[in-house]
Design a protein around this ligand. Sequence first.
Ligand code: FAD
Length: 624
Amino acid sequence: MSSYLMGTYEVIVVGAGHAGCEAALATARMGKKTLILSMNLEAVAMLACNPSIGGTGKGHLVREIDALGGQMGLTIDKAFIQSRMLNTSKGPAVHSLRAQADKMLYHQEMKKTLEKQEMLDLKQGEVIDLLVEDGVVKGVIMNTGAKYLAQVVILATGTFLGSKIFIGDNNFLSGPNGMAPSISLAESLKGHGIELRRFKTGTPARVLGSTLDYDKMIEQPGDDEITPFSFMNDDLECEQVPCWLTYTNEKTHQIVRDNFHRSALFGGDIEGVGARYCPSIEDKVNRFADKERHQLFIEPEGLYTDEVYIQGMSTSLPEDVQDQFYRTIPGLENLKIVRPAYAIEYDCIDPLDLKLSLEHRKIANLFCAGQFNGSSGYEEAAAQGLIAGINASLKIDNKEPFIIDRSEAYIGVLIDDLVTKGTNEPYRIMTSRAEYRLLLRQDNADQRLTEKGYRVGLVSEERYQRYKERKQAIEDEISRLEKTIVTPSIANPFLNEIGSSEINRGVSLAQLLRRSEITYDLLEAIDPERIPLSRHVKTTVQVNIKYEGYISKQLTQIERFKKLEDMKLPEDLDYNNLHGLRIEARQKLSNIRPRSIGQASRISGVSPADINVLLIHLERMNRK
Ligand SMILES: Cc1cc2nc3c(=O)[nH]c(=O)nc-3n(C[C@H](O)[C@H](O)[C@H](O)COP(=O)(O)OP(=O)(O)OC[C@H]3O[C@@H](n4cnc5c(N)ncnc54)[C@H](O)[C@@H]3O)c2cc1C
């Protein structure tokens, strides 16, 4: 096929999904001339599955993306139709924001942001080949013959690469939502020596909300007080729409059981590996056979559509079976399916082939992000896109890569898990994956990351000033509460009223706030001097005071963790020549090339004895 030069950029981003959008906005905002390509501009920031952003662990990622100067938090604050803080009955480490999104509005807002961004060109077109010379990527070729050159290419092809849809024992090449799959690029990547493997995910049917009977369901309203995702927003107004809760029953399960043989998943047609944490209904009925019912949520897809999403009911059973078992669910008896459920299988890489900067080990200047790296989820994709974009810009400037470690952010946990430990199924973030989660709360993401985002040149001056003001406000308020003493005569009537034990001498407001039954808002009754503060600030003040002891314990653990992270390993160390290392460890260390002793210790197959060998070798090198 003949090709012709259409343009030269510093950065080309292949894919305008959640990863691609963050990557391209980051490189353009860091002053790099950037081109972002998508096979179909209707797929820009498409919410191909659940119509929501955030949730447990995922909400933390969105906050961290925002704190670093990313876009997802700002966009969902413009496109949400319901907002809830999850897990509020549990500790602050797992409080997670989740917002229902109007899918069309989310897509339009993100597309508008791309269109308006300086230094960024958005184009529709299919990349069919990578240009690689002497192991370095140089650009891309389009199916039109157009050639674009660049110093760096970021691949964020999502669930489109080599994608195939499965419904019952039928399957066909297709991307999500009836969009075209990306087949040629998959072949090209294999041709350049990039190993690909098959993963899969699934989505439930979309049905007409007006055909459902909500009287048979439990309403799930949004929170009265809306907490914005972005630290750039203090207060948000929205006429919220509800979600609805209902349950499957034995009739549902029986129909599913009777048709296991017709499920692509069970029929063995699908070779791709699916996510344990997003099981299909076949999976649930099979794996949790003792469960009488499974909960599902009816979630509106937007304000200007009657389509609703049936969360928790993805399947690859044929349409006739879908129609039968959905109708057994209370409230869905008369449903009309407008988009059948399906499973999708697609190509992705093994993230062990990536550096912590998300650059591919086999092709220099080629960065990878999102579902293409073996993760699953809009938020996981966006977080990787942001880091890949930042590092692509730094690579062009010959600067040190921007690495966030697992004690600093969920983004650090996500990328370290993928690149150091690897994954054999679509990886999704969870709070349980973070060792230091009391420090990695969603309310303090800016305190942990905005300074770093400012130093790499992504965080705007306005955002930086807001961060500094918030930081000062938090410090001032904590010290004021520590210094403000209330006497028994002032405090005891209040304490009696709320059933808390009396005091017999003057104590600080902070001391009272440390009582589990007392909140910052409640304390206002005996704290007339306080100044109005934003929800963001109040939350962080309360947690820092109430969990002070636990927080300092975790800070000590992090000090120990950082010690090992700071013990750097030479990038060109010849592990095969290090006597005392076991063969498996030599192979793993040579493949993954860890940056530090800390990262080496997290590689599966590298034992504490192997780490000792590395420590002794480092000691010898330092002495020399
Ligand atoms: C059916 C389905 C079910 C899902 N279920 C879940 C779930 O249960 N839980 C969950 O967390 N997540 C789920 N997801 C995943 C979620 O949609 C993805 O994680 C997220 O969209 C990944 O974002 P991304 O940016 O990596 O890729 P995507 O959003 O898929 O975007 C990829 C982009 O790359 C472009 N592209 C691809 N190839 C080319 C090419 N050759 N040339 C130019 N452009 C190209 C596409 O046009 C698109 O713009 C599901 C997705 C699908 C499709």
